[in-house]
Design a binder for this molecule. Structure first.
Ligand SMILES: *[C@@H]1O[C@H](CO)[C@@H](O)[C@H](O)[C@H]1NC(C)=O
Ligand SMILES: [Zn+2]
Length: 507
């Protein structure tokens, strides 16, 4: 009897596993929803003469299967080998990892009239962005607790055309409340964001360096980053400027003087000090500090370099508008260009490019931050009272490329700034490179095709007229965007359904 059992058991086990596979395979097939993609299948090859892999730009074929990259064949590929497969041949168009925007304000819930999950992620998809991380402010309420993060998650459901994660907010109210921060982080916030100056949003007050150090200590346990808006209000300088005679609020120079580089410098000096706790053996070892939208390429940048070389876990981003525009060319009254910190002079713009090329600036982000057009006060053109924030989400790739051409930037550099390093910041190990096992997130684009960003262009941001780039001629047209194997955007069309994933940090 025992002998029979021992012989039968393996047979039963085999039979059971066959049964299991039989029922499992069809069900995983069924999970492919054709409304999520403009393609009818989830197993296919993408071929092109210019695939951007970690090793360079090469002719290649990328096999996509069930949302992942299955294989990457670099070098000349043999079409015959793919005869019985679904093949999308993009010829000379560039196939690159999808862009990851770690800094976007989608404003939902609460300020859907400013932007929204649906419009924002449609714009992202049309621009080759496959993942974006939403900022905790400009929505209402701000994302500063487990409860408010849940409101975000609820509001985002079924509206996402690309994958979306969330930063939580570090504010004085939760900075000393470890259990509140624990809950926010355990609920899936990918990290925290705070301001060192007033944010312009009432329920998102600013933090000082004590709050920042407390936040870093908690983040260390989770190995997640703190992102900081680095400007400190220096009252003395502010008062001198505002009491002077030349304070025409329509003049861009007036605005520039109200937020001098010394504000960035002062903040970054404090951050450099706080970042020392992230070093090996420090109080916040394991945490990471990330400076958002650096505008000053002088002393602020030197302080960042010193902090990095001292061993702090520190990175910094800048945004396309600081690389594209300079103060000299901003017309008086044109508040589309208002953002904080402000766009500075031409020499500063050029040194930002140099810092990016030399690797001192680690990555780029959009800081897409729209509002309703009324708040931009176009009639008054008042730079001091207008809402600050530049809308650019859909166009960051052509903008970076168009303005970077003068500096000889390469496709691999673009990928480092827009995909690899942002993926690392947001701890997305499955994203940011074309390599087997990674998520099948791609942008397919033609760097040499130029277009006018004019009234006739198909813009998906909620408010097209507030973009500072309207009227520009740009180079680099997005043909197609894939998110985890779903063709979510192709030649002007979006997939019927919004199937982007919510990215929540796992403990
Ligand atoms: C920051 O503010 C807190 C009150 O929220 C205060 O206890 C702390 O001393 C302040 N730190 C600094 C450096 O001003
Ligand atoms: Zn921002």
């Amino acid at each position: 009897m025992d002998l029979l059992k021992s012989r039968l058991l393996p047979v039963i086990a085999l039979f059971a596993s066959v049964l299991f596979l039989y029922f499992r395979i069809p069900s995983s097939k069924q999970s492919f929803d054709s409304d999520c993609s403009l393609l009818a299948h989830d197993h296919f090859w993408i071929v092109s003469n210019r695939v951007v892999t970690p090793r360079g730009v090469t002719p290649g074929a990328v096999e996509v299967k069930a949302g992942r990259i299955n294989t990457v064949k670099e070098g000349e590929y043999n079409q015959l080998l793919l005869q019985n497969e679904h093949v999308l041949d993009y010829g000379d168009a560039v196939v690159m990892p999808g862009l990851i925007d770690v800094h976007a304000h989608l404003d939902e819930p609460g300020r859907e009239e400013w932007e929204g999950f649906s419009t924002g992620t449609k714009a992202a998809a049309a621009g080759g962005i496959t993942t974006l991380i939403d900022m905790p402010l400009n929505s209402f309420p701000s994302t500063v607790s487990e409860e408010t993060l849940k409101l975000k998650i609820e509001a985002a459901k079924k509206k996402l055309y690309v994958d979306v994660g969330f930063w939580g907010g570090l504010v004085p109210e939760n900075a000393f409340d470890t259990s509140a921060l624990d809950k926010l982080l355990m609920a899936g916030a990918l990290g925290l964001k705070s301001f060192m100056c007033p944010s312009g949003i009432n329920d998102f007050p600013m933090t000082n360096s004590t709050h920042i150090k407390e936040g870093l200590k908690v983040l260390a346990k989770y190995k997640r980053p703190l992102l900081v808006h680095a400007e400190v209000v220096l009252e003395s300088e502010n008062n001198i400027e505002l009491s002077s005679d030349e304070s025409d609020p329509r003049s861009y120079t007036t605005y520039l003087k109200t937020r001098p580089p010394s504000w960035e410098e002062a903040a970054i000096r404090e951050l450099k000090d706080a970042s020392e706790e992230t070093r090996l053996g420090g109080n916040a070892e394991g945490a990471h500090l990330h400076i958002v939208h650096l505008a000053d390429s002088r002393t602020s940048l030197d302080l960042i370099k010193e902090a990095k070389s001292g061993g702090s876990s520190l990175t910094v981003e800048t945004c396309p508008h600081y690389l594209a525009f300079s103060a000299e060319e901003i017309p008086d009254g044109d508040t589309r260009f208002k953002c904080a910190p402000p766009i500075r002079d031409e020499a500063n713009r050029q040194s930002l490019w140099e810092a990016l090329l030399e690797g001192h600036i680690d990555m780029l982000s959009s800081d897409h931050s729209p509002s309703i057009p009324d708040l931009k006060l176009f009639d008054e053109g008042d730079f001091l009272r207008a809402w600050g924030g530049i809308s650019s989400l859909q166009f960051v790739l052509p903008i970076t490329w168009s303005y970077g051409k003068a500096y000889g930037i390469t496709l691999n550099q673009l990928t480092a700034w827009w995909s690899e390093r942002p993926a690392k910041l947001a701890c997305q190990a499955n994203k940011g490179a074309i390599r087997s096992e990674m998520d099948a997130d791609f942008v397919v684009w033609m760097p040499d095709v130029e277009f006018e960003l004019d009234e006739n262009y198909d813009i998906h941001h909620k408010h097209r007229n507030i973009s500072a780039y309207l009227g520009k001629r740009l180079s680099g047209k997005v043909l197609a965007t894939f998110v985890r194997g779903n063709l979510v955007y192709s030649e002007g069309k979006h997939s019927p359904a919004a199937c982007g994933a919510l990215i929540l940090a796992k403990q």
